[in-house]
Write a protein that binds this ligand. Structure first.
Ligand code: URC
Length: 295
């Protein structure tokens, strides 16, 4: 029986990093969860236990903290690029690094209408994300956001679907449409103005969700992705994952009441999960941008 080692990688997952930058009395916060992963000639550790090529996951974690001290973290894409390039350039047997970062937002607390210098409240569940893959001669950058919860109470219909003996869903020309957007977009280059790009893409996603008259969440997904590609030339491809956060009109007839689309039950499971990719016809091959394990 022939057995061999297949694709493999290793790293430190979910390193929690918080930095405080002080400009006089005003403090700035960065709150990140960083995951590192390395690939390379690591057969020996798997096959014989020879660890001489293993840049330990503990060292990877320490490197993240040291880099955060040596220079301001800055945009998460830049921080990930610096870390990835370090691992690949410093260790010749490491052929690729993947650095994934979630950034958690904090808002300044307003005290008597004035933003406080050093007191913050968590912005909510939404995260800005970056997944950077660094190879020996180039890098791939995927930016994104997670858990951006949105809802519209008009401008959404869903009808025209096939009915069989198991179909009970009523057709509707007026429903609540709600989702928690996870979006990841692949950049064509590795030297964009990451902050400006992120803020504008987030705005485009929100404005399209709000303004698009939806006949299905699938159609809304495509419209959101298409709008980003129309307006942001730096993006080659966008992947969206949209859980349908169902809001069903409650049947009030047992109480002698009509429900004129005003009273809903919000259910959290099961949920429809609508996922899709929108990309440029001439998009460059993604290489390992999405899947670190692909050669
Ligand atoms: O926008 C929707 N797409 C579906 O595929 C679907 N399926 C379903 O039950 N409700 C919805 N809504």
């Amino acid at each position: 029986m022939a057995i061999r080692l297949g694709p493999n990688s290793y790293g430190k997952a979910e390193i929690r990093l918080v930095t405080v930058t002080r400009e006089d009395e005003v403090h700035r916060l960065k709150d990140l969860t960083v995951s590192t992963a390395l690939r390379g000639d690591l057969a020996a550790t798997h096959l014989t236990g020879d660890n001489s090529a293993v840049v330990t996951t503990d060292t990877q974690k320490n490197t993240v903290y040291a880099f955060a001290k040596e220079r301001p973290v800055g945009e998460i894409e830049d921080f990930a690029l610096r870390l990835g390039r370090h691992f690949v350039h410093e260790f010749s047997h490491i052929t690729a690094a993947r650095i994934a970062i979630d950034e958690h937002g904090w808002d300044r607390i307003a005290v008597r209408g004035e933003p406080h210098e050093h007191a913050f409240s968590r912005s909510g569940d939404e995260k800005r994300t970056a997944e950077v893959t660094v190879g020996t001669d180039r890098a791939w950058v995927v930016s994104g956001l997670k858990d951006l919860v949105v809802l519209k109470s008009a401008g959404s219909e869903f009808h025209g679907f096939p009915r069989d003996k198991y179909t009970t869903l009523p057709e509707t020309d007026d429903r609540i449409l709600a989702t928690a957007v996870t979006a990841r977009w692949r950049h064509q280059a590795s030297d964009t103005d990451w902050g400006e790009s992120f803020r504008d893409i987030r705005r485009i996603l929100l404005e399209t969700f709000a303004g698009h008259h939806s006949l299905s969440l699938q159609q809304t997904l495509y419209a959101m992705g298409e709008a980003v590609l129309h307006r942001r030339p730096e993006v080659a491809e966008i992947r969206l994952s949209l859980p349908n956060k169902h809001h069903f009109a409650v049947d009030l007839t047992p109480f002698g009441l009509a429900n004129d689309n005003e009273v809903f039950v919000a259910t959290d499971r099961p949920y429809g999960l609508i996922e899709g990719t929108v990309l440029r016809e001439d998009a460059e091959d993604p290489g390992p941008a999405w899947d670190f394990r692909t050669p």
